[in-house]
Design a binder for this molecule. Structure first.
Ligand code: NDP
Length: 267
C-alpha cells in the first residue's frame, strides 16, 4: 500500500462520524429488506459499518438493488433469499450465514404482511398466513440463530411489531394478534437472553409511508393521519433511526422494551 493511499484512508476514517462506523466488523440480517421499512433499516445499518444481509422472499431484484445501493455508498451487503414462514428454510439460511460469516450480531425481524378483513369475514387462511409470516417468521429466525448469539455472548434482536399490536385495530384481528404476539415473544426471549449479553427489543411503528400503506383507500389514510398528533405519516428512515440506535452501543442497557415510532399515535 502506498503512503499517499494510507493518508487518504486515515483522513476518510477521521472525517467519518463515529456513529457511522460503530458497527464495523458486525454482521446484520434484516428480513424483508428488499423494500419498504426493511430497506431503510438495511441502508442505515450498512452506513454504520455493518455487513448487511438483505433478506427477501419475492423481491429478489429489489434486494439486489438494495445491495448495490449499499456497495455504492462504500458499505458491504449481500442478498439472501428465504421465506421466513418456512421453519426449515430459516434453518438453511442460518447455516449459510454462519458458514459464510462465522457470526451474526444483529437480527432484525422486519418481514411482514397484512390481509385485512373484519372478523366476521376473515378466513382461516387469512389468519394463518399473517400469523405464519409475522409471528412464526420471527420465531423461526430467532430459534435458528439465537444459539450463535449465546456462543458470542453478545447480540441484538429487534422485532418490528406495530402500534396495531399495542392498541388493536378494527379490520386487523390477524395482524394485531401477530404483532401483539411479537411483543410477547420479544419480552420472553429478552428475559431468557438478558444474562448472556443479548438485548431483545420491539419497535412498534405507527403509520409509515410504504407499499403496505399505499394500498389503503384515501378515506382510511385521511382518518389515520387525523389520529396522529404529529399530523403526518412516518417514513422508513424514521423507523430505521430507532433500529440503528437499538443496534448500536447507546442501547447496551435496554432490553425487553416496546418502543413506538408513531408521531404520538399510541400515547
Ligand atoms: P412492505 O409491504 O413494503 O414490505 C414487506 C416486506 O416483508 C417485503 O420486503 C417482503 O419481502 C417481506 N416479506 C413478506 N413476507 C415475507 C416472507 N414470507 N419471507 C421473507 N420476507 C417477507 O411493508 P413495510 O415495509 O411497510 O413493513 C415492514 C414491517 O413493518 C412489517 O413487519 C410491517 O408489519 C411493519 N409495520 C409497517 C407499518 C407501516 O405503516 N408501513 C406500520 C407498523 C408496522 P418480498 O417483497 O421479498 O416478498
Amino acid at each position: 500500500m502506498k503512503r499517499g493511499q494510507i493518508r487518504v484512508e486515515k483522513e476518510a476514517e477521521q472525517s467519518a462520524h463515529p456513529a457511522e462506523r460503530e458497527l464495523a466488523g458486525k454482521v446484520a440480517l434484516v428480513t424483508g429488506a428488499g423494500r419498504g421499512i426493511g430497506r431503510s433499516i438495511a441502508l442505515a445499518l450498512a452506513k454504520m459499518g455493518a455487513v448487511v444481509l438483505v433478506n427477501y422472499n419475492g423481491s429478489r431484484e429489489r434486494a439486489l438493488e438494495v445491495v448495490a445501493e449499499i456497495e455504492k455508498a462504500g458499505g458491504h451487503g449481500e442478498a439472501i433469499g428465504c421465506d421466513v414462514s418456512d421453519y426449515e428454510a430459516c434453518g438453511r439460511m442460518a447455516e449459510e450465514i454462519i458458514r459464510k460469516h462465522a457470526r451474526l450480531d444483529i437480527l432484525v425481524n422486519n418481514a411482514g404482511i397484512t390481509k385485512d378483513n373484519l372478523i366476521l369475514r376473515m378466513t382461516e387462511a387469512e389468519f394463518d398466513k399473517v400469523l405464519d409470516t409475522n409471528l412464526k417468521g420471527a420465531f423461526n429466525t430467532i430459534r435458528h440463530l439465537s444459539r450463535y448469539f449465546l456462543k458470542q455472548r453478545s447480540g441484538r434482536i429487534i422485532n418490528i411489531s406495530s402500534v396495531s399490536g399495542v392498541t388493536g385495530n378494527a379490520g386487523q384481528a390477524n395482524y394485531s394478534a401477530s404483532k401483539a404476539g411479537l411483543i410477547g415473544l420479544t419480552k420472553s426471549v429478552a428475559r431468557e437472553l438478558a444474562g448472556k449479553g443479548v438485548c431483545v427489543n420491539a419497535v412498534a411503528p405507527g403509520f409509515i409511508e410504504t407499499e403496505m400503506t399505499s394500498a389503503l383507500t384515501e378515506t382510511v389514510r385521511e382518518k389515520a393521519i387525523a389520529s396522529i398528533p404529529m399530523g403526518r405519516m412516518g417514513s422508513g428512515a424514521d423507523v430505521a433511526g430507532l433500529v440503528a440506535f437499538l443496534a448500536g452501543k447507546g442501547s447496551d442497557y435496554i432490553t425487553g422494551q416496546v418502543i413506538c415510532v408513531d408521531g404520538g399515535m399510541a400515547m
